[in-house]
Design a binder for this molecule. Structure first.
Ligand SMILES: [Zn+2]
Length: 474
C-alpha cells in the first residue's frame, strides 16, 4: 500500500543516497523471463520498488480468468526473492493513474517497451529522472508455453462458468419476481452475483462501511473437477468460500462491523457465527431455505444474539408479482391426476420447484452439464417408455435455452433412443404460457415417448383454465 510509512521508508533510502527504482508487473505464474527482468531492474538502482497489480486490477484488465496465482501468494513470492525487492507494493484498482510513480518520483523507472506508448513514455519523464526501457524477456521457454496453456484452459473454463452463473442469476430473478424498481441494494446484490464462481448457487453479500459499499461473492475453487462442483462433495465444501467470508476478507482488519449486512441468501450457521463475532446486528436477505438444517441453526443463533434478520422483499410483495394464478413453478389446471397435483401443491407451498434436481423424488438416470434425465413418474396412458429431460438450472423460457443446451439435448435424445432401443415415438416439449401451452410444470422439460404396440399416446398441447373435473386443491 502506498501509505505514509511506505513513503517515509523511500525518503529515508533517498537520504542515504540510494538510487530509487520502480518496476511494475502482475507477476502471475512467475517464470524465468520475470526473474531476468527483475534482476536487470535491480542492476539499475539500489532501492528497487516492485509494484504488483492486485487481483481486482488484473481481473479488470485481463478478464475474470486471471490472475492464476492469487495476490497474497504473488506478493510473498516477490518479497521472498533474495536481494531483489526493497519494497513490494500492491497497486489497487481504484488508484489514480500513475499514483505510485507520481508519489515516489523514482530516479529510474524500468519498463518494457511494449507496455507504454511513445506519448506515455514522454509524459512519464515528468515524474522520473530516467526511464530505462528493457526488451521483453524470453517468450519461448517451456515454462512459458505451459503457462500459456494453463491460462487459456482456465479462460475457457471461466467462460463456461460465467454462462452457468448467468443462468443461475436469471433463475433467482424469476424466483423473487425481480424488477428494476425494487430497492437499489437488490439490484446491486444481483449485479455482483456475476463475480461469483459458484455455478449452482451464486451468492453475494454487501455492507456499507467507512463511507463506501463493499461486496463479496461466494467462490468455488476453479481447479475443482466438474464432478465435485455439480455433486457438491466434501471436497467442494472444503474449497468453497462463502460470500460473507469473502466480504469480511475484503474489509480486512475491521474489528466491529456496526452496519447491516445484505445478502442474497440467508447466511449459513458458520457465517452467522463469524458475523456475530464481528458485531453485526442486522441482516437483510433476499432468499432463505428455512427447511434446511443450516438455516434453522443460523436463525436460532441470530435470535439468541438479538440480531435482526429481515427479508429484503416482504412475502406479500412476491406473491403479487407471480403470474395470475399465483403459482411460481406449477400450473394446476393442466394436472392430470390428484396424486400428481398433491405432490406439486405441497412442493410449491414449500417454495420448491418440483422439477428441481435436488427435489425430484424419482430415479435420476443421468446428469449432463445442463440437463438431467428421469423416467416420468406419471407416464401417459399407452406409453411403453417415457423419459423426461429436465433443465438442470431452472430454465423457464425457451428463449433462454443456449446453443450448448440444444446441442446437449440432441446428444441426450439420441443416446436414449439407442440405449433403450426406442424404434419410434416422439420428442416433445411445451413452451410459453402454460395456460395456453398445456404444460403443468413450468420448468422446461422434454418428453421422449415410445408408445405401446398398437396404442395411442395423447400428448396434450393446449391449456385449461380450470382444474380438471374431480381434482381438487386441499
Ligand atoms: Zn456461509
Amino acid at each position: 500500500m502506498i501509505d505514509e510509512s511506505f513513503l517515509k521508508r523511500v525518503e529515508e533510502a533517498r537520504k542515504q543516497g540510494k538510487k530509487i527504482g520502480i518496476v511494475q508487473g502482475s507477476w502471475d505464474l512467475f517464470h524465468l523471463g520475470h526473474l531476468r527482468y527483475l534482476l536487470k531492474a535491480k542492476e539499475q538502482c539500489d532501492f528497487l520498488i516492485v509494484a504488483m497489480d492486485s487481483d481486482e486490477k488484473i481481473k479488470k484488465r485481463k478478464g475474470s480468468g486471471r490472475p492464476i496465482i492469487p495476490e497474497e501468494e504473488r506478493y510473498e513470492f516477490i518479497k521472498l526473492l533474495p536481494g531483489i525487492a526493497s519494497e513490494v507494493v500492491i497497486k489497487e484498482v481504484n488508484e489514480p493513474k500513475w499514483h505510485l510513480i507520481k508519489s515516489v518520483k523514482p530516479d529510474v523507472l524500468i519498463i518494457i517497451k511494449e507496455t507504454y506508448k511513445k506519448e506515455q513514455i514522454e509524459a512519464l519523464k515528468e515524474y522520473c529522472t530516467e526511464i530505462k526501457i528493457l526488451p521483453r524477456q524470453s517468450e519461448s521457454s517451456t515454462s512459458d508455453k505451459i503457462r500459456k496453456i494453463v491460462i487459456s484452459s482456465k479462460g475457457k473454463q471461466v467462460k463456461e462458468i460465467n454462462e452457468l452463473v448467468s443462468i443461475a442469476i436469471e433463475d433467482l430473478k424469476k424466483r423473487i419476481g425481480y424488477t428494476s424498481d425494487m430497492d437499489e441494494i437488490i439490484t446491486m446484490l444481483i449485479d455482483h452475483l456475476r463475480d461469483s464462481t459458484d455455478v449452482v448457487c451464486p451468492v453475494s453479500a454487501a455492507c456499507f462501511y467507512n463511507g463506501e459499499w463493499h461486496f463479496g461473492t461466494n467462490h468455488t475453487d476453479l481447479n475443482l473437477p466438474a464432478y465435485d462442483i455439480n455433486n457438491r462433495t466434501e471436497l467442494y465444501y472444503a474449497l468453497t468460500e462463502h460470500a460473507e467470508m469473502n466480504l469480511l476478507k475484503k474489509l480486512g482488519e475491521v474489528q466491529v462491523l456496526d452496519t447491516p449486512i445484505y445478502t442474497t441468501l440467508f447466511p449459513c450457521d458458520k457465517c452467522m457465527k463469524v458475523l456475530i463475532e464481528k458485531g453485526v446486528k442486522e441482516i437483510y436477505y433476499l432468499e432463505d431455505h428455512p427447511e434446511r438444517n443450516w438455516s434453522k441453526r443460523s436463525h436460532a443463533l441470530a435470535k439468541k444474539h438479538g440480531i435482526i434478520t429481515r427479508p429484503l422483499i416482504e412475502k406479500t410483495e412476491v406473491e403479487t408479482l407471480v403470474d395470475m394464478n399465483g403459482y411460481k413453478y406449477i400450473y394446476p389446471p393442466n394436472a392430470r391426476k390428484q396424486e400428481q397435483l398433491d405432490i406439486m401443491i405441497k412442493k410449491e407451498a414449500e417454495g420448491i420447484d418440483p422439477l428441481g434436481i435436488e427435489h425430484i423424488d424419482q430415479e435420476i438416470l443421468y446428469v449432463t452439464n445442463y440437463w438431467y434425465v428421469t423416467k416420468n413418474k406419471f407416464p401417459y396412458l399407452g406409453a411403453e417408455l417415457q423419459f423426461l429431460i429436465i433443465s438442470k438450472y431452472g430454465i423457464y423460457d425457451i428463449k433462454d435455452i443456449t446453443e450448448q443446451m440444444w446441442a446437449e439435448l440432441k446428444e441426450i435424445s439420441l443416446n436414449l433412443i439407442e440405449e433403450y432401443q426406442i424404434n419410434g415415438g416422439a420428442i416433445s416439449m411445451r413452451f410459453g404460457d402454460p395456460s395456453f401451452s398445456g404444460a403443468t410444470l413450468k420448468r422446461l422439460h422434454v418428453h421422449i415417448i415410445m408408445p405401446k404396440e398398437e396404442e395411442k399416446v395423447r400428448f396434450g398441447i393446449g391449456g385449461h383454465k380450470e382444474l380438471k373435473k374431480g381434482l381438487k386443491i386441499e
